[in-house]
Design a protein around this ligand. Structure first.
Ligand SMILES: *Cc1c(COP(=O)(O)O)cnc(C)c1O
Length: 397
């Protein structure tokens, strides 16, 4: 059994804060501070350029990738770190399209995060081969997979509602129709019990600053199924993905396996913070995380529905169909969220009218959930959200 009282102590959360926004940016793992300092002073400061070999910087994207792999049901050697998630979406989608050259449709859904859709639009326009991005409602994805679809580009957990797709069923349907399945795990990695190998996914990508707590701008990851790893063509053919980067050949030859998905020089400082963040996951069982997160989410829904009239649940009611977040609608969701944040309950707002609350069992307790519900009830009952400063929108919501 995972000891969540232990994991909670490994985070540096400010006094008086109930943090329900780990789905956007995970909190600071206390050990990351010293780890990054040690890396900078002891490795960069002393080893200088030698650190690429002596401190293992060069191998870090693979080493860290193996640790992420365990959390998403992937075998060692199938995941590599680097760049941002938007870039990894580009890489995965372009490689997937290349494996299915005779078809012209990329299928996604309206619950996907806009960056994924924008990247797809940009890539398809650059290819200039008449591809179409077909966007259907999340519920319609399965039925929309037909023989014209080259690639399905689906985010497993919807960033607004928390709705979770059935990865296994959709992947099976895609394969049956001859399509390649690309999964975005932005709201899944560290949140739900992902089983990439079991679902037979072709490609997967995700970020590490959400539920994996790697810090703002932490590097992303990409997974390539072993059956494709030596065939997938890297569109971003950077030198670090070359078979022999230090031969400095004029011609690109992809490295064998997942290594080809590397692009350029890895962000060693950020990867070091992420390594410290991943230490927290040692001894953590994803099945326990999933069970606990469903409990916390359900407790929040029950509490809010009993104490907060006027809020409408925007997430699936069945915990099995939700990721690790719960969203509620309110006509003044932005102002209500500002009032909550002012009282130490940090969630976030997504246009047009949703308040999001993420439940990360590593550091959120049932006591936090109950306190958040009672503060929210108080704000709504007394109309405390209706102040001009709570209505003024900041750049990042
Ligand atoms: C958070 C998120 C992103 C963000 O992409 P970045 O390149 O890291 O800014 C992309 N896609 C999805 C599905 C997300 O949830």
């Amino acid at each position: 059994m995972t000891d969540f009282a232990r994991t909670r102590k490994l985070f540096d959360l400010p006094e008086g804060v109930i943090y329900l926004d780990g789905n956007s940016l995970g909190p600071l793992p206390a050990a990351a501070v010293a780890r990054v300092r040690d890396m900078m002073v002891g490795e960069w400061g002393v080893e200088l350029i030698r650190g690429w070999n002596s401190a293992g910087w060069y191998d870090q994207p693979r080493r860290v990738g193996d640790r992420v792999a365990r959390l998403i049901g992937a075998a060692p050697g199938t995941v590599v770190m680097g760049d941002t998630l938007s870039i990894k979406v580009f890489q995965a989608l372009s490689a997937a399209l290349d494996l299915n050259p005779d078809r012209r449709v990329v299928l996604s859904d309206s619950g996907n995060f806009p960056s994924d859709l924008y990247i797809a639009q940009g890539l398809l326009a650059s290819l200039g081969r008449g591809h179409e991005l077909r966007i259907v409602e999340p519920e319609a994805v399965g039925a929309a997979i037909d023989e014209t679809v080259a690639v399905t580009l689906i985010t497993e957990v919807d960033y607004r509602t928390g709705r979770r797709h059935d990865m296994k069923a959709i992947t099976a349907r895609a394969h049956e129709a001859g399509a390649i399945a690309v999964w975005d795990l932005a709201h899944s990695a560290g949140a739900v019990d992902v089983d990439l190998a079991g679902a037979d996914a072709d490609f997967a990508v995700g970020c590490t600053y959400k539920y994996l707590n790697g810090g703002p701008g932490a590097p992303a990851f990409i997974y390539v199924a072993p059956r494709h790893a030596d065939r997938a063509r890297p569109a971003l053919a950077g030198w670090m993905g070359h078979e022999r980067p230090f031969a400095f050949d004029l011609d690109y030859r992809p490295a064998p396996g997942i290594e080809r998905m590397r692009v350029g020089t890895p962000p060693v400082i950020a990867l070091t913070a992420l390594e410290a963040a991943l230490d927290v996951w040692d001894g953590v069982d994803m099945a326990d995380v999933r069970r606990r997160s469903m409990e916390l989410g359900q407790r929040f829904i029950d509490g809010v529905e009993a104490a907060c009239p006027g809020l409408e649940l925007a997430s699936p009611r069945d915990p099995a169909l939700r990721g690790s977040q719960v969203s509620f609608r309110h006509p003044h969701a932005y102002a209500v969220m500002q009032a909550l944040i002012a009282r130490g309950v940090i969630g976030d707002f997504r246009a047009p009218d949703a308040m999001r609350f993420g439940f990360a069992p590593l550091y959120v307790s049932t006591g936090d959930v109950d306190a958040a519900v009672s503060i929210l009830a108080h704000i709504l009952a007394d109309g405390l959200w209706d102040r001009p400063d709570y209505h003024r929108k900041a750049a990042v919501t």
